[in-house]
Design a protein around this ligand. Sequence first.
Ligand code: 5GW
Ligand code: MN
Length: 349
Amino acid sequence: MERLRPSRCFFVVFCCILVFFCSLSWYNMKESRWHLRAMFSCDQHPVESTISSLIENNVRLDRILYPKPETLKPPRTDVLTIAPWLAPIIWNGIFNSDILNAQFHKRGVRIGLTTFAIKKYVRFMKDFLETAEKFFMVGHKVNYYIFTDRAHEIPNITIGEGRHIHIINVTGYQRWQDVTMRRMQMIRDETYSRFINEVDYLVCVDVDMRFYGSVGVEILGDVFGTLHPGFFGASRQQFTYDRNPKSVACIPVDEGDFYYAGGYFGGKIEEVYKLTNFCHSAMMTDKAIGIEALWHDESYLNKYFLYYKPTKILSPEYVWNNYYGSPAAVQIKRFVGVDKNYDEVRFRR
Ligand code: 5GW
Ligand code: MN
């Protein structure tokens, strides 16, 4: 019998070892398919890309001096400052504007303020804009979006640097209920076609208002609503939600967190799209069976916020009305309803 040549012997041993390692690594690969997939599906390691962008942008670390937050001494104990779903409720005294401004400036945030001045409501525009220039998002990039059917009556006001007024021509609806309710549809449509390219956040407010105090980036968040000044101390039963089970806006008496004001909401563009799209669609569903919720757009907004909780909640400081007096909890009235001469401004209500 011919003896196995040493070279052939080595070859056989080599093959055995190769087969062993191949099967071992195949087994490992099978166990960690996700790992392989992750390796091939990521173009770039996320941490590496973040770090390289940090280096490129030469990030500055600015020193800011301010009093230390005191864990055992909350700044406000007279009001609720956080909802059970961990959304902060913004009251005077609980935030530091210097810290917030510094954070938002670094991001170069762009803010859109939408309002409607249809028919006789153009008369509120001058005070609204003049006071907004003094108090609304001072030092930030602001676009005013004014929906109106009387563009030529919008006053010419000098606007600060980085701020612009944009007029959006719309036709006014005959019924006043439609004037207020169709705001949801118009904001939704402009959000989709325009706002998404121009701003990061939207703040959507009534026009029959005036700013008296600072309204800054503390209000910004994914999606925010505002506590109605007439109901922040009220019980569920007292909330004027729509109670008609046939309406999409219906909220049963054993549900509800807060009563939110129809005249002040906002958030990131995508969230405002979702909110306004829900409210408009719900209104159309009701309209098809001949119903309209008790407080119009406000009722649908309250229904939305019951199931899609706002991530930030503004205290009534942000939508006050002087016929609610001056309760101790409201230390600043930042944005206040202007007295309307009901017969003159409104035709019927
Ligand atoms: C007119 C008559 C009755 C109700 C609303 C209007 C109306 C509202 C109008 O003719 N033109 C107009 O632009 N609006 C817009 O809808 C304004 O932006 C106004 O701030 C918003 C909501 O209507 P308000 O302010 O009369 O509603 P409340 O609940 O603040 O009294
Ligand atoms: Mn109003």
